[in-house]
Structures are given as C-alpha cells and as structure tokens.
Ligand binder design. Structure first.
Ligand SMILES: Nc1nc2c(c(=O)[nH]1)N[C@H]1C(S)=C(S)[C@@H](COP(=O)(O)OP(=O)(O)OC[C@H]3O[C@@H](n4cnc5c(N)ncnc54)[C@H](O)[C@@H]3O)O[C@H]1N2
Ligand code: MOO
Ligand SMILES: [Mg+2]
Length: 410
C-alpha cells in the first residue's frame, strides 16, 4: 500500500498553482488580510522619506557639541522649534540648535540630535550637558528601504506587518490571487442535516460542517453541495457539477469496499484518472485522489466517511494542496514540530498512525497530551478541543511518556 510520504508527493505534484496573470483580483487594502499577494511591490518612496529625529530634544551640529559635559556645557542659541509634520524654516549655523521632536524633519546644517534629558533649557538658549556620538538619533533618509528596490515579493500571505508596509508605501489597492473554490459534499443514505430529526440508523452530516470550516480557515471559498444519497445517478450529477465549478472537490464517505461505496466507480465512469485508492495510514486508509482529462487542473479528494478519518486526511493532504494551489510561495509542505509526549502513544506499527490530542505549553515548552476516550475514527466527540496530531511512523509501536514525537499543530 502507498506510504503517506509517496501519497503526499503524488498529490502535490498534481497541484497546478493559480496563475499569476489569470487568477488574480484587485482588492482594497482594508480587505487584504490573509490574502496572497500576486505581484511584486516596489515603492517610489524612500524609507525614511527624509532625515528625521529619533528623539525629543535638540538638532545640533556635531562639531559644536562634541566636547560637551555637565561640567563644561556647550551653550547654543535655539532658533526654531520643529514639531513632527512641519517643515524646518532655518539652516542651523555654528552656535545654533533647533528644538526638535520625534519624527520631525532634521533642519539643514544639523547632523546630530541630543535627547532632551541631556540638556538644560534657559529661555532661548540650550545647554548641552553630554558629548554625543556623531549623527546620533538621526534616522537617515533611505536607511530602511531605497526607492525602486523590491519591497514585497509575490506569494506572501498579507498579515498585519505586510499590510502596514503596503499602507506606508501608499498601495491602497493591490493584486491578490483569487481564493481557490472548494466544492464539498457528503455521501450516505444515513445522513441528515443538523436541523432534521434523527430516525434510527441516521446520523448528522457533521463532516460537511467540519470541512467547510477547514476550507475557510485555509483561505479558500467553500461551495457547499449538501448531502448526496448513495445513488450512482445522483453522485454522477453532483460530481459533474462540482468539477465544472471548483478547483478542488472534496466528498466524504463511499470510498471503501462496501456495496454502497460508489465514489470510485462513478469517478471511473467519468473517465477520471484515479491516482490514489488507499494510503498506509490510520485513520484514513481508504482515500481516493483523482483528476479528470476534461478538467485537468481540478483535483478530487474522496475522503473516508468516518469523521476522524475525514479530518485527519484533510489536515494531512487537502490543507497542503489548498496552500500550494493558492499561490503561496512557500508551497504546500507541512511542518511538523518535535515535542515531548506526556502520554504513552500506541500503534499497531503497520500504518502511519495519527493520534489526536492537545499541545500544551509547559514552562515554555510544548508537550503533547493524547485526547482521552476512544480513538476510533468513528468517534467525533473527543476530537473537540484538540489542536494537534501526533504521528507514529510505520514500525513504531510505542512512544513512552517523555519520549519525543512529531506533531502536526493546527
Ligand atoms: N471491509 C472493509 N470495510 C471497511 C474498511 C476496509 O478496509 N474493509 N475500511 C474501513 C475504514 S478504515 C474506513 S475509514 C471506512 C471508510 O468508509 P467510507 O469512506 O466508505 O464511508 P461510509 O461507508 O460512507 O461511512 C463510514 C462511516 O462514516 C460515517 N459517515 C459518513 N459520512 C459522514 C458524514 N458526512 N458525517 C458524519 N459521519 C459520516 C458513516 O455513517 C459510517 O459510520 O470504511 C471502513 N470499512
Ligand atoms: O482508515 Mo479508517 O479511516 O481507520 O476508520
Ligand atoms: Mg463505506
């Protein structure tokens, strides 16, 4: 059976990232949070835009004040006050200073700022009580960034820092990748919505709620196609619609070997190329991944129906796919943390085993706590309030308390 690593490589190889020419939209900077920048940004502004003061104090000529001390202060004439936001009016001559405030433009002639605490003011004169370093407390024009050079690279996620830089560079509108569209539906005659009364044998379609949330959290747009009966005609209709209207299609259920598990058969009837039918992992063994000759860039994930299996396969395979597809420069590689396990973790050693639980910060160090209760992939309940999956590779049957384990943090 295919290993998780090989399955991941096959899947990521099938992903065709959004196109930087076609798949973009212009948005307002106020709406940019978590979007992915599609084009490089340069600015015609230098940062700082002009030499300015880093302190409240006095702008002086270094050569005037270089030998100052509290015993022998230098006395300078204060010729003007320059608050932030105002243009200096004078050129500082030998023996002169300007009162200046943090962020205010340095006046011509001055090259150094003395902080207020090292001075003593007497009417229109100031006593400099300390010898400064040359050019101290001046933030020089273009010291942080030079106009015309690369400011931001495409493929970055727009967080608060990046958005602040774009605002400062006066980019009120910008080009970002469109959000990937992800169609989601659930299969099964036993499924009802959260509002419907339950008859014996029925179960709420919780997967669709979970998957919609995960899709949104991954920066994509869910297209919810509801519950589809275990009926080949209905399944064929919904899959045909989904592949024509989405970048990724996710179904849950119907991918095992039961008489009513139709997904693979319908995909074959639609001439899909099925790249993966099962993966050596637990939970999540019956996983189907396919694409279509007619809709070459659309990827189909038939996730197993058990709630634990659907979530684990999403985290392990679908989330990195969405990331890579969405234009993120860092692509889709998952990052695992190496942490200490608080609990004993067990596997049968035959499959790569994913155990859900919580990462807790203990004295500044993450530790993994296995969720209590059944780890059956049919048990949804103890997945609540978890934030991590511990991974036991094939062949590893036991992680003892205190031993290190690789963990996927979500
Ligand atoms: N003979 C075998 N039987 C099974 C095997 C196997 O290898 N041989 N694999 C088991 C494993 S492992 C899994 S995982 C499941 C996968 O089953 P399917 O993908 O075919 O899913 P269903 O049969 O439709 O449902 C399984 C289970 O999950 C519940 N379910 C389905 N959809 C939802 C949903 N949207 N929300 C909540 N719960 C859902 C469904 O009621 C079933 O209980 O196959 C095993 N069998
Ligand atoms: O592989 Mo299944 O996902 O263990 O229940
Ligand atoms: Mg089944």
């Amino acid at each position: 059976m295919l290993s998780v690593k090989d399955a991941e490589a096959i899947i990521l190889n099938l992903v065709q990232p959004l196109n930087e020419q076609r798949d973009t939209e212009i948005i307002d900077l106020w709406a940019a949070s978590d979007r992915i920048l599609a084009t490089p940004v340069t600015s015609s502004l230098d940062f700082p835009h002009w030499d300015n003061s880093a302190m409240d104090g006095y702008a002086v000529r270094y050569e005037d004040v270089q030998h100052s001390s509290s015993a022998q202060p230098t006395i300078l004439e204060v010729v003007e006050a320059i608050p932030a936001g105002y243009q200096p009016q004078s050129t500082i001559q030998p023996g002169q200073a300007a009162r200046i405030f943090t962020g205010a433009v340095m006046p011509a002639g001055a090259d150094t700022v003395i902080m207020q605490e090292k001075t003593h003011k007497e009417e229109n004169r100031v006593l400099i009580l300390d010898a400064p370093q040359p050019r101290q407390f001046v933030r020089h024009k273009a010291a942080f960034y030079q106009a015309g050079t690369q400011l931001l690279l495409p493929g970055i996620k727009l967080n608060a820092q990046n958005i602040a830089v774009l605002a400062a560079a006066q980019c009120p509108q910008l080009s970002v990748y469109r959000r990937p569209r992800v169609a989601i539906f659930s299969t099964g005659d036993e499924l009802v919505t959260a509002e419907q009364p339950l008859q014996l044998g029925q179960i709420v379609d919780s997967n669709q709620y979970a998957l919609a949330t995960l899709v949104k959290n991954s920066g994509a747009e869910p297209l919810l196609l509801g519950i589809v009966k275990d009926d080949p005609v209905a399944l064929q209709q919904v899959i045909t619609y989904a592949i024509a209207n989405a970048d990724i299609v996710i179904s849950s259920g119907g991918v095992s070997v039961g008489d009513y598990d139709y997904v693979d058969k319908i995909l074959e009837s639609l001439e899909a190329k099925i790249h993966i039918r099962a993966v050596a992992m637990k939970p999540g063994k019956p996983l189907t991944v396919a694409n279509f000759p007619t809709h070459n860039s659309v990827l189909y994930f038939g996730l197993p129906g058990n709630p634990g299996s659907a979530l684990v396969t999403f985290w392990r395979f679908v989330q990195p796919t969405i990331k890579k597809l969405s234009g993120l420069a860092e692509g889709g590689k998952l990052e695992f943390l190496r942490v200490r396990s608080h609990d004993e973790l067990r596997s049968n050693g035959k499959f790569e085993t994913y155990i859900w639980g919580c990462l807790h910060l203990i004295d500044g160090v993450y530790e993994f706590y296995q969720a209590s209760g059944s780890h059956s992939s049919g048990n949804l309940i103890n997945l609540a309030q978890t934030n991590a999956l511990a991974v036991l590779p094939v062949g590893k049957v036991l992680i003892s308390p205190g031993e290190e384990v690789l963990v996927l943090f979500f």
